[in-house]
Structures are given as structure tokens and as C-alpha cells.
Design a protein around this ligand. Structure first.
Ligand code: PLP
Length: 373
């Protein structure tokens, strides 16, 4: 099946007991045991396995063409589970431009457990190769990355990981399963904050891992999921699964509008730089064109001037809402530097746009008016 069809049908069927077309929400934490002690339904206790989570995980695995998927209570809970499979003394390669929470887990949580890491620019493959040590067990990639949409060559990273006898995990939150097939490109696991495009309505915090192979490493991740307990509630699982039905369609529209917004911004006098991987001016364009089929709904723009000029635009726009996060139906605008703090390398004049489902012409008009001085 193709992605649009998978999105609508995966993990979904009319409820056998009532005929309900919309998936029922099973709140039960515990399930019936047969007189002989067996569990006919396969369900025992909801931390280990629960019906709404099972349906969601089936959809997640199909969407990425993976062997299996595990749903978590947040994107970072999914990342946390991956890191918890490692041992003290193991080494992780982490991108310089990476979601700040991923870096925080490595530098403020797992450093105490003896996990070592090297932070490198993963768009520079020689730097990645040079960072590999005999202890390297995990390569992490995030592409396109936050906030300047740096592109990393997934297939090349997978080859470096293979030669190092390490694993490659790709945070594909911005790429999405529609934009790039990271497992087909050789990644071992696709990691998602499903809070973003999968849920798609800014109303559920959740995460997921999708694996290429259901191997021993995956069994360890499943153990951490069910025993660590960072699982989504039945309602959260239901919301993400419901969001996924329209995800392919939403994302296609968001990419088309982001493309138009990015093209408009490149023509404006008040704009210094636009970061969007489909633009030929983007340093990662050639790799993006090879590994992505859609370029995403995120655009970064550097306004001429400094943080005052950037903040002025965020104050003037009417359709873009000032808020963090991404992937929802509503367009958002964010001054990244003030979120990340003074130590952040993000330029003062950079704004991050999450393009939503509004008419692209309205969004462009909004930015044009906001930029007029
Ligand atoms: C939001 C986000 C995360 C973290 O996910 P949560 O659901 O907020 O825990 C990780 N990576 C990327 C790229 C994100 O955008």
C-alpha cells in the first residue's frame, strides 16, 4: 500500500463488538484472565501493552516500512529509551545542530552514567568518521535539523555506523515518513516526536521509535518501554493515531505552502537569508534532493538587522502565532535565540516558521505586511 492508504487504514478496522467505525478508547488498565490462567486477548496490564497503543504502533511501523514500532509518552522519552540501552563506557556521536533536549540528555543525564559522547557537525562526514572510537555504539542524526535545517547524508551515516559496528538512529521529526524513508536509507531506527506532524493538532505530547529489524537491541528497547513505563495513555495513543489519518495529506499541503513562503522570503529586501532545503542556495540542497521527496513545513529566516528587527516581525504578524513547537495545523513563528538562551549559536536575527494549513497567499500577505518598515 502507498502512504495515503496506509495513513487511513493502518491499525484501524470496525470494532468487532459494536461495529463502531471510529476507534473506541480502551481505558482499562487490566484485562481478563481465563480460568486456565491464560490471556485470550493478549492483553494483561496496560503498561506492558494496551489496545490503543497496539493499533498506533501498527500504524507507525507500516508508515515507515519498519518491522515494529514502540510508542512513548514524548519524543524525548523515546530518545531516553534508546540511550538507556547503552552501557557505561559506550560512546555516542551527536550532531552539533540537534534538538536541545537530545543534547541535554547526553550532557546532563547520561554523562553521570558514564556514557561518553562527541558533538560533531554531521553534515561533514569526515568529521563524523574522525569522531568514531572503538567504543562508539550509536550515531545520532537529525535531518533537516533545528533551526537552520542542516542536512545530513543518511545513507553515508548508515555506512559509517555499519563499519564501526554501531547503530544509526535518525530523528526524523522534521523529515517525517512522507518526506524521507530513513529506514530504507539504512538507519536502524527512526525516532519521532509524534507531538509534531503525526498528532498534527498541537494537542498531544508523544513519541515513537520505528525499527528496521526486530532484533535483540529492539527487544531491549521494548523492555525499557514496558518496564520504564514512559508509555502514552490510551487517549494520547488514540489522538496520535487519529492525527495520522490525515498526516500525509496535511504534510503535503504544508510542504507546498512552505515552499511558496520560502520563495517569497528570498525575494524580500528586508530578508538576509532563508533556510529551506529545496532552495538551490541551501548548502544541503544536493543531498536533500537525493534523500527527500518532500522538503518539510519548516522554514528559517534571517531578517536584516538583529534581534530587534526579528522580534518586530513576530510582533506584527497576525496569522503566525508566537509559540514554540511545530507540525500543527496553525502556523507558528518563533525567535529561536530567546528560547535557547545567550549561549546558543543560533543567529540573533533568525526566526523559525512552522507552516500550517492556512492559505499560502494569506501567510505570504501576513509576512509581507509584517516585514514592511
Ligand atoms: C519536539 C522535538 C523533539 C522532542 O519531542 P517531545 O515530544 O517534545 O519530547 C525531538 N526532536 C525534534 C526534532 C523535535 O522537534
Amino acid at each position: 500500500m502507498r502512504p495515503d492508504t496506509i495513513a487511513v487504514h493502518a491499525g484501524r478496522r470496525p470494532d468487532p463488538s459494536t461495529g463502531a467505525i471510529a476507534e473506541p478508547i480502551h481505558l482499562s488498565t487490566t484485562f481478563l484472565r481465563e480460568p486456565d490462567g491464560s490471556f485470550a486477548s493478549g492483553y494483561i496490564y496496560s503498561r506492558e501493552k494496551s489496545p490503543n497503543r497496539t493499533n498506533l504502533e501498527a500504524a507507525l511501523a507500516l508508515m515507515d516500512g519498519g518491522a515494529d514500532a514502540a510508542a512513548f509518552s514524548s519524543g524525548l522519552a523515546a530518545t531516553n529509551a534508546v540511550l538507556q540501552t547503552l552501557r557505561s563506557g559506550d560512546h555516542v556521536i551527536c550532531p552539533k545542530e540537534v534538538y536541545y533536549g537530545t543534547k541535554k540528555l547526553l550532557t546532563q543525564v547520561f554523562d553521570r552514567w558514564g556514557l561518553t559522547h562527541t558533538i560533531v557537525d554531521t553534515s561533514n562526514l569526515d568529521a563524523v568518521r574522525a569522531a568514531v572510537t572503538p567504543q562508539t555504539r550509536l550515531l545520532w542524526a537529525e535531518t533537516p535539523s533545528n533551526p537552520t535545517l542542516t542536512v545530513t547524508d543518511i545513507a553515508a551515516m548508515a555506512e559509517i555506523a555499519r563499519q564501526a559496528n554501531a547503530r544509526l538512529v535518525v530523528d526524523n521529526t522534521w523529515g517525517t515518513p512522507m518526506g524521507q524513508r530513513v529506514l530504507d536509507l539504512g538507519a536502524d531506527i527512526a525516532m519521532y516526536s509524534t507531538t509534531k506532524y503525526h498528532g498534527g493538532h498541537s494537542d498531544v505530547l508523544s513519541g515513537a521509535l520505528v525499527t528496521r529489524q526486530a532484533d535483540e537491541w529492539w527487544a531491549q528497547i521494548r523492555l525499557i518501554q514496558s518496564t520504564g513505563g514512559a508509555v502514552p495513555s490510551p487517549f494520547d495513543a488514540w489522538l496520535v493515531h487519529r492525527g495520522m489519518a490525515s498526516m500525509v495529506c496535511r504534510f503535503r499541503q504544508q510542504c507546498a505552502s512552505a515552499q511558496r513562503v520560502a520563495e517569497f522570503l528570498t525575494t524580500h529586501d528586508a530578508v538576509e537569508a532563508v533556510h529551506y532545503p529545496s532552495l538551490s542556495s541551501h548548502p544541503g540542497h544536493a543531498i536533500a534532493a537525493r534523500q527527500m521527496t518532500l522538503f518539510g513545513g519548516m522554514v528559517a529566516v534571517q531578517v536584516r538587522g538583529g534581534s530587534a528587527e526579528a522580534l518586530q516581525l513576530t510582533g506584527r504578524v497576525k496569522l503566525f502565532t508566537r509559540a514554540t513547537s511545530l507540525g500543527g495545523v496553525e502556523s507558528l513563528i518563533e525567535h529561536r535565540k530567546s528560547v535557547e538562551g545567550p549561549e546558543s549559536p543560533t543567529p540573533d536575527n533568525l526566526l523559525r516558521l512552522s507552516v500550517g494549513l492556512e492559505d499560502a497567499d494569506d501567510l505570504i500577505d501576513d509576512l509581507r505586511e509584517g516585514l514592511s518598515r
